[in-house]
Design a protein around this ligand. Structure first.
Ligand SMILES: Nc1ncnc2c1ncn2[C@@H]1O[C@H](COP(=O)(O)OP(=O)(O)OP(=O)(O)O)[C@@H](O)[C@H]1O
Length: 539
């Protein structure tokens, strides 16, 4: 895990501005640090030689004021940057998760839950404190050491030799603790996901009388242990850095003190060197204190960027009209990375415009995966899908899906009314169209104005499916879709409602591909495709 991932700099405008601004402010801070040392040394020198102090005292007040202003500007710039970068990345990640061109299986829910919640909170300390401090570490010590070199090369040499030691210790501790830190992040992911899942399955857990305190306590305890381990390391790294810095400043002080006593060095340069030496170590020591902020923030950045780094569909050609185009699958297979066997194998399959096709096969043979491939959610590991001769990968995914109505196995619902949920398929549809679609989907009993709560928790499985079928009907009738993909749309419906759904689908002026287990649904089709594991045979 790097302290600053170059991908973040490349991607985030906020981080780039922060680095440039803090670099400018850091150089100005280095200037005030040097000015402060020179002015204080001059003041003390004047005090001992009884010369007037007024101008120097004013200069010191001015330096303090400028230093204070710079500190305020630095905090204000970095606090603002933290908010901007957090918003920027959260927005980008949310958009990316919904991106039509995102390919492959859905991202790991544990990573998404952890990053969207506590992960982004870790950005505050990382962006507002750690990154500006990292810039200061790169700028202030070299400037201070260079100034010391002009005043007293021997002291500059001591600092130039011992300072890299502190940095080396910090890097060493970072390398030694990498595994521990990734375990801590993993435990955070598990805790976030576990909590979300407990909330999701609260009703089931209640029904079976399963109290989750013990599980939650165990997961929480693991996270607490990992956090305590990483805090111990944070304190250890601070201690080591403080020790190295104190010993190094003491070395400079002894060497300078001896030379002043011998008369080999004047008081003023000696004071300048003594005041500057701790300032060279200060940024590194402060960075050490931010070890904890940095590790959690850097881990969150890596997770967020990994989620954003994935394959996207590259094609942008106009989608051929499905009213006249044949979809052809040749030697298509899909292999999920986590599995040793393919999830779907199809040798040859053609779907012609206007056909009504039922897809059947044993459970787990890849029927839903076939629909995912046709929707261009998944690019086959091998083989090709062409539409009127054009490879599906080359076709603009938005345009392609605009022609498709899809009823997944578990249709999603949003908070709103039944009407809002059906109208997701076609925003311009009138209430009359929506009512008609619901009636034809066997949902005449569902009023348009009935409210649906978050994620449809107050809607039955059968109602959910009928709402989804109504959506598909509306998308064809009003939205102009040409291909309807349905994944077991009649599961759980009574015979009358199933008959109503099947009649409506048969009457559609579109190509219909329906994954089915129920005989009535299979019999309604004009052709049956039998998918087998691991090969597909066209019946
Ligand atoms: N994202 C994924 N990662 C790993 N394996 C997956 C993934 N999605 C599906 N699979 C596997 O691919 C195989 C095919 O799954 P699919 O859902 O297409 O089957 P199906 O024929 O629709 O099953 P069912 O009739 O039970 O709905 C299954 O063995 C499943 O476990």
């Amino acid at each position: 895990m790097k302290p600053l991932d170059p991908r973040l700099v490349g991607r985030s405008h906020g981080v780039r501005s922060l680095l440039v601004l803090t670099a400018g402010l850091g150089l100005a801070s280095a200037g005030t640090v040097i000015a402060q040392a020179v002015v204080i040394a001059t003041l003390v020198d004047q005090l001992f030689s009884s010369r007037p102090l007024t101008h120097t005292a004013w200069a010191l007040a001015g330096v303090f004021l400028v230093r204070g202003l710079l500190h305020w500007a630095n905090s204000s710039v970095s606090e603002r940057a933290a908010v901007t970068v957090k918003a920027e990345l959260r927005h980008e990640l949310a958009n990316d998760l919904l991106d039509a061109r995102r390919l492959g299986p859905a991202p790991d829910p544990a990573a998404v839950t952890a990053i969207m919640g506590p992960g982004f909170d870790a950005f505050d300390g990382y962006v507002s404190r750690f990154l500006p401090q990292l810039v200061l570490v790169c700028l202030v010590p070299p400037v201070v050491i260079a100034t010391m070199f002009f005043v007293d090369p021997a002291s500059a040499a001591i600092v130039a030799i011992t300072l890299p030691l502190s940095v080396a210790f910090m890097v060493l501790i970072g390398l030694m603790t990498r595994d521990k830190l990734s375990r801590r992040w993993e435990s955070l992911e598990r805790l976030s996901l576990h909590f979300a899942q407990v909330l999701d399955g609260l009703v089931v857990l209640k029904l079976f009388g399963r109290r989750q305190e013990r599980n939650l306590t165990a997961v929480g305890q693991r996270h607490r242990d990992e956090t305590m381990r990483s805090l111990r390391l944070a304190f250890l790294s601070s201690l080591v850095l403080e020790l190295v810095a104190t010993l190094s400043v003491a070395l400079v002080a002894v060497s300078v003190g001896l030379r002043v006593v011998d008369g080999g060095m004047d008081l003023r340069p000696a004071l300048i060197v003594l005041l500057l030496a701790p300032e060279a170590y200060l940024p590194v020591r402060q960075l050490g204190m931010m070890f904890h902020d940095s590790t959690e923030g850097a881990a969150a950045v890596t997770v967020a960027l990994d989620l954003l780094d994935h394959d996207r569909q590259t094609g942008g050609q106009n989608a051929p009209s499905l009213r006249t185009s044949t979809i052809r699958l040749s030697n298509v297979s899909v292999q999920h990375p986590s599995r040793s066997t393919p999830s779907l194998v199809i040798d040859e399959l053609e779907i012609h415009p206007g056909e009504y096709v039922a897809v059947v096969g044993p459970t787990g043979c890849g029927k839903s995966t076939l629909l995912d491939v046709m929707l261009s959610f998944i690019v086959p590991t091998a083989g090709h899908i062409t539409v009127a001769g054009t490879d599906l990968r080359e076709i603009d995914p938005d345009q392609w899906r605009h022609q498709i109505a899809w009823v997944p196995q578990v249709p999603g619902l949003i908070a709103g009314t039944i009407s809002d949920n059906v109208r997701l398929a076609c925003a311009v549809a009138s209430d009359v169209n929506v009512r008609q679609a619901l009636d034809d989907a066997g949902a005449a009993d569902l009023p348009l104005s009935r409210t649906v709560s978050e994620a449809g928790s107050d809607v039955s499985a059968g109602e959910r499916r009928r709402i989804a079928v109504a959506r598909a009907l509306l998308r064809v009738r009003v939205g102009g879709a040409q291909l309807v993909l349905l994944d077991e749309p009649t599961a759980g419906l009574d015979d009358d409602r199933e008959a109503s759904v099947l009649a409506s689908l048969a009457a559609l002026d579109a190509t219909v591909v329906v994954v089915a287990h129920r005989q009535a649904t299979i019999s309604a089709a004009t052709r049956v495709i039998r998918v087998q594991t691991p090969t597909a045979v066209i019946a």
